[in-house]
Structures are given as C-alpha cells and as structure tokens.
Design a protein around this ligand. Sequence first.
Ligand code: NAX
Ligand code: ADP
Ligand code: K
Length: 511
Amino acid sequence: MKIFTAQQIYQADKFTIEHQQISSDQLMERAAIQLFEWMHSRLQGAEVIIQLFCGIGNNGGDGIALARLLKEAGYTIQVHVVNYSETRSKDFLLNLERLKDRKIWPDFINDDSSLPEISPNDIIVDAIFGIGLNREPSDWVGKLIQHINQSQAFVLSVDIPSGLPASQVPSTTDHVIRASYVLSIQLPKLVFFLPETGVYLNQWELLDIGLNTGFLGPEQVAFHFVTLPEVQSMYRPRLKFSHKGTYGHSVIVGGSYGKIGAVQMAADACLRAGSGLVTAYIPECGYESIQTALPEAMVLTDEEDNFLTSIDIPFDPSAIGIGIGMGTGEKVVKAFESFLKKTDQPLVIDADGLNILSKKPELFKYVPKASILTPHPKELQRMIGDWKDDFDKLEKAKALATKYGIVLVLKGVHTITLYNGLGYINSTGNPGMATAGSGDVLTGILTGLIAQGYDSLQAAIFGVYLHGLAGDVTASIESYDAVKATGIISNIGKAYLELFKRPEVEGGNTA
Ligand SMILES: NC(=O)C1=CN([C@@H]2O[C@H](COP(=O)(O)OP(=O)(O)OC[C@H]3O[C@@H](n4cnc5c(N)ncnc54)[C@H](O)[C@@H]3O)[C@@H](O)[C@H]2O)[C@@H](O)CC1
Ligand SMILES: Nc1ncnc2c1ncn2[C@@H]1O[C@H](COP(=O)(O)OP(=O)(O)O)[C@@H](O)[C@H]1O
Ligand SMILES: [K+]
C-alpha cells in the first residue's frame, strides 16, 4: 500500500473531482458518511454525548458534516467550532449552513473563550486540523488540545490527530491530540509509523472515499506500507519435483563463549524459513550444544575455542548470515575483515558484524552489493551517528543504503526496509518481540529466504513480515509478556499458513 504525502493527497483529491465529475463537497460528504457509518455501527444509537471539535478548514468541514449525520440519526451532539482563522474553507461554510438549517447551533471557541467541560464518558471527535496543518497551532488552540488530552474521554481523530504534521515531527509535543483511534481518509500517513510521531495515536483505520485509482495507481511514492497482499505475491511456493538442494545451503557465522545460543536460534529459524540445508560456523566451544539442540544443522568450527579467528567456508553457500553473538575482539575483527574482502555474494549482516562496520567504516566498501544489514536503533546510531529526528534518521539511513547499494533493515515497532531510495514499512509484529534473541531469529529467516532464491529486497520485505507474523501468532497463544525468541521460531510454520488463510481486514491496523 502506497504512502502519499499531503501534496499528493491534495492532487488525488483534485484528480478524483475532475475525473468522477463530482464536487469537492460531494467528496467531503463521502468522508462524512464513512465516518458516520463507522461510529453508528459501533454505537448503535447509544445515549452518549458526542462532542465534535471542528476547525475551519476541510478537516473541520468533515466534522461538521458528520455532526449533521449524527444528529439526524438521533445522537446527542455538541458542536464546537475552533475558530483559529478567518480563512474558512468553502465546504466548511457550506456544511455549517446545512447545520444551521437544521437548527443546530455550534458554539465558537476563540482565544478568549473558556474551555468546554468534557466528561471522561463523552466521545470526542477531533476535526480541528487535518493534513493542512502548516505551522504550530496558536497557544490557545494548543491549550484546548491539552484540555482534550487530559479529559480521559475517547478521542476519535478525523484523518490525523490534530496538531500532528503529516510529514514532520511536531515542535510542541503537548499541542498534539493523543488519539484513541484515527479514521484516516483512504490513505495512511507516514507519521503513523515512526516512533516519535506514532505515539500520538493508538489505533488507526482507513476509510475508503473512492479516490481515483487512475491517480493512485501510477503515482510514485517514497514509502510503501507492506500488507498481506504484497507479501503473498512475493511468496515462492515449494515445487513438487524438488529436493533439498533446490532450497539452498545456508551458513550462519557467529557465536562466542556464552553467546552460542544466538547462532543456534538463527540456524533454527533459517531451517524453519525453508532453507534446504543449514551449517553453523562457530568457535569450538559451541560444537556440542548446537549438535545436541539442533540435529538438523551441520556444524563447522573454528580452531579457537571461544571466538572466531578465521572464516573459511569450504563450499559455496547459497546464503550467509553473519555477525550474531560474534564479539568484536581484535582477532574477530580481523577474521571478519578478511572474510569480507574475499566474499562477493550478498550477505545478511547483523549485530557484531554491524558493530565492527561502525568501528571500522572503511570496511563498508567491501560489503557485497545487495547485502542486507539489520540494525536495531542502537546499532544504527553507531553506524550513522546521531539524528535530529525520525525524518533525519530516515534520510541518513537512506543515504547510507544508496551509497553502498545495500538493503538496510531498520528494526523497530514498524521495521523499515530501505533500498535504492525507497522505504518499505512493515505491518506485523508486537511488543512481545522486544525480547532477547528475536533479532537473531530474523537473521536466520532472511538468510534462509535468500538461500531459497528470494532476491535481497524481497527477502527483507517478506522476511520481516513473516518474522512479525510469527511473533503475532506466538503472542496470540502465549501473551505479549511470555513471547520468547524460540517461541517465535516454532511459530514460523504457523505464520506461513496464516499468509494464505487470513482474509485481510480492510486497512485496519494497530499503530
Ligand atoms: N482527498 C481527501 O483526502 C479529502 C480530505 N478531506 C479533509 O480535508 C482535510 C484537509 O483540509 P484543509 O486543506 O482545508 O486543511 P485543514 O483542515 O487541515 O486546515 C485548515 C487550514 O488551516 C490553516 N492552518 C494550517 N495550520 C494552521 C495553524 N497552525 N493555525 C491556524 N491555521 C492553520 C491552513 O491554511 C489550512 O488550510 C483532510 O485532512 C481531510 O480531513 C475531506 O474533506 C475529504 C477529501
Ligand atoms: N515493540 C515492538 N513491536 C514490534 N516489533 C518489535 C518490537 N520490539 C522489538 N521488535 C522486533 O524484534 C526484533 C528485535 O531485534 P534485536 O533488537 O536485534 O534483538 P536481539 O538483539 O535480542 O536479537 C526486531 O525484529 C524488532 O523489529
Ligand atoms: K484531525
């Protein structure tokens, strides 16, 4: 699913009006009807007070039109116009007239008005600002937003939480609505997915208002939101006339004394992802434990007991995952360096592989093109230095990925894969996955997918989705709290089954 900028959304709006020969007011009415139906199907006429806070632009217009539909259905409403500007939009004014025609009189909140009382049992509709926000709200509007946030009422935001810019971090954090739920008009916004801006919303859902696919289809975007249909189309089914050689021989390189489990988990996940054969390449001390715990894997050991001193793989692997639990001691760095210099097949590099690259950035030029690097935020910071905000982080990370022709997987709540100037935002995963070893599992999955013939970008997008889905399956059985990395591995199979079982809920997602 494409993520459009505010400018592109305005273009889509215009294109739709022209090509469907409708008025902008009819488009607003579509939005209002969708908003109404969403609320009505849940409230079923409940006797609750709905307080609508409407700005004076088209976001406010949506709110005013919604107020009319709610009133007509018999709901108890209070409409407040947040009168932050004299420049009112045409469709806002039209809908305000329609409201007055029905003898509904909103109160106007100005900079000297007292703030309306809000009970925690009320429902707030937040239609103050939409994607048209282009500067910080004035202080009094900020105070109103704070007042709403402190009310403990359920806050339903129209399109985007008011005060949150569509593609920027807000400068005053407490002048942004904290939305319980966002009903976003047709298209998700980039800010929903980034740690600094995603915190302003709990859940979101898309409302389809029939924007023209003639515009949405061909339009180029910088970011995609990866959902089930995209991932399904990447899946490579297993062939009837195949053998284990068809699905590749993966090697997982890493481990050190006390950190052999990381390799074991990655090797296990690699097998579960479908790699035909898997070899673990580890220091001697891990030999027995891996052979015992993972009989399907083969093991090659370094001469040194406790860490790797040389990496010589005596065959041509289909895929190599390297760096987990490896350490960054002098001899390990040397082994990694000489391995990089003699390898030209794309690698999956994680953990200490990334830490060594951060320590010796001159080694980046030896990283084979199309390798996948999977930093968590701390590893990323070591690689690219400090960032001003999430948008700056994305730009810096994109530049690094483009400079070296690598696939950069920024792990996090919504893991973002960057390649060739574009970003792919993952939709699966949960807080239960914030647990030791879940990154090692991802390394194993990605390596196993490359071994089976997925190209690096597909492996990253598909693998990150599958990993998160395996985490979701695990959490659904065991709770978020009890998710363990080995549990995620054992549910990779169920995640594969889920890929073709679950019908997608239209646009719905937990932010
Ligand atoms: N195609 C779509 O996506 C549609 C969008 N619609 C709604 O239209 C909204 C966008 O409407 P608008 O472009 O009118 O913008 P907004 O309603 O977000 O903002 C209103 C106006 O306020 C001004 N403004 C911005 N920041 C301000 C500030 N800090 N203080 C005072 N004034 C400020 C701007 O001039 C802006 O145009 C969307 O978010 C959505 O809710 C719907 O009407 C249906 C169609
Ligand atoms: N709150 C969260 N929501 C979704 N996914 C998460 C969350 N926290 C962590 N993850 C995922 O779990 C993995 C953690 O990786 P990492 O930090 O490298 O773990 P480790 O080093 O313990 O193996 C990443 O894939 C990340 O995206
Ligand atoms: K809003």
